[in-house]
Design a protein around this ligand. Structure first.
Ligand code: FAD
Length: 373
């Protein structure tokens, strides 16, 4: 694109910070940088006409882990790392609440893990005291997770015999969180460039050069990569794998018997009400290879399973219609650990949220901004 003098003057100064990606990681980075350095010139380069990864495609759970997810993490990365990540996610929820809680339909409804298999439930129940002890100082509660029989009876679920609930998680409107951050950043004079894909970052000189597909080169003192599932373009050695998540939402349903968030099958399936609607997503575990993709799209295999669960287990005996289906892309690595680092004096990364970035992104951004001096 040929830029006029006016456009060059306004949009192509030497930025203090250029952020790549306008998902929650990038937006929180820009917001917290502005809080720390109000005069900093900040630009955000986003390849989509809207954010095009996970942040406005997700389910809007401000969550830090169901019991079976956390215990699964303990098996792979150990207690210390699991608790460290859990604390970061917990603190991230407090940041969301403190900064934007009134604008994003924040509903402190808690969360419940549902169990259909007795053996798996018992396995988790046996370790619940230990889990609660370890979480006590993080969540400031003696018994964070509690067995909850009433929720199953009151919600008319079928096939879920047992449940474990916690009161500390919440539901949010992810679109409204994006928009609240966006409006705030525009008011703070952060420049947004949607539809601007970054192809290459040159960091050999002190001033970094950012090459875009359609808007030429940008310059910045510091570039922060916030591209989550799309990070292999810039940091191939990190071996980040994409994981697509599919979601559906129903038309409004009268007399919906629950107002909360739920997970089952180790967090692979999740649902909640959005007003009178039910939002339901997940099922990546049904086709891990097929869903290891950055491509947008839904599949019959997964959508049919979501509808089957809705009909048979979540909304039995209730007529419902599907209003919309969609997908988003998460980022995973083998260590289940996000990469939030200053890589060079002029380059940092805040990526790979491992499927739980709503709460992680603000905390990691705060830590990273703190380390930037
Ligand atoms: C279906 C689904 C359900 C989920 N549910 C939850 C949930 O309930 N709770 C939870 O905590 N987490 C959930 N997640 C995960 C959570 O949404 C993500 O961890 C989080 O949004 C990641 O934010 P991000 O900013 O790091 O990445 P993203 O939101 O993916 O943002 C990265 C951005 O970078 C842009 N980009 C990429 N490459 C380039 C480039 N070369 N140039 C310019 N821009 C580029 C992308 O277009 C994208 O907008 C879910 C995710 C999905 C997909």
């Amino acid at each position: 694109m040929m830029l006029s003098y006016w456009e060059q003057d306004l949009f192509k100064p030497k930025y203090d910070y250029l952020i790549i990606g306008s998902g929650f990681s990038g937006l929180w980075m820009a917001y917290l940088l502005k809080m720390k350095k109000p005069n900093a010139h900040i630009g955000i380069l986003e390849k989509g006409t809207l954010p095009s990864g996970a942040s406005t495609k997700n389910a809007g759970f401000a969550c830090f882990g169901s019991p079976s997810e956390l215990l699964e993490n303990v098996k792979t990365i150990g207690w210390d790392k699991t608790l460290e990540l859990t604390e970061k996610r917990y603190q991230g929820i407090q940041l969301i609440k403190a900064h934007f809680g009134t604008e994003i339909d924040y509903n402190p409804c808690g969360a419940t893990e549902l169990f259909s298999e007795e053996g798996f439930f018992k396995e988790n129940l046996e370790q619940l005291d230990l889990l609660n002890q370890n979480l006590r100082d993080i969540v400031n509660a003696e018994s964070h997770f509690k067995e909850d029989k009433n929720i199953i009876l009151n919600s008319n679920f079928r096939g879920f015999e047992n449940a474990i609930s916690n009161a500390a998680e919440a539901s949010i409107h992810s679109g409204k969180l994006f928009y609240a951050l966006y409006k705030k950043l525009v008011s703070l004079d952060v420049k947004f460039f949607f539809g601007t894909e970054v192809e290459h970052i040159e960091t050999e000189s002190a001033i970094a050069e950012v090459k875009t597909k359609n808007l030429g080169d940008f310059q910045a003192q510091h570039v922060c990569i916030c591209t989550n599932a799309f990070t292999n373009t810039f940091l191939p050695s990190q071996n980040i794998k994409p994981g697509r998540g599919q979601v559906l939402i129903t038309q409004p349903i009268e007399n919906l018997p629950f107002n909360s968030t739920f997970h089952f099958e180790k967090g692979y399936f999740y649902f909640k009400n959005v007003g009178k609607r039910v939002l339901f997503g997940g099922g990546r575990n049904l086709d891990i290879a097929g869903e290891t993709t950055t491509a947008e799209g839904t599949t019959e295999l997964i959508q049919n399973q979501l509808i089957k669960y809705l009909k048979e287990n979540i909304l039995p005996d209730t007529n419902f219609e599907i209003a919309t289906i969609w997908s988003g892309v998460m980022a995973f690595n083998e260590s289940h650990t996000p990469i939030s680092e200053i890589l060079k004096p002029n380059l940092s990364a805040n990526v790979c949220m491992n499927g739980m970035g709503v709460a992680l992104a603000p905390f990691l951004a705060e830590e990273l901004v703190g380390r930037m001096g």
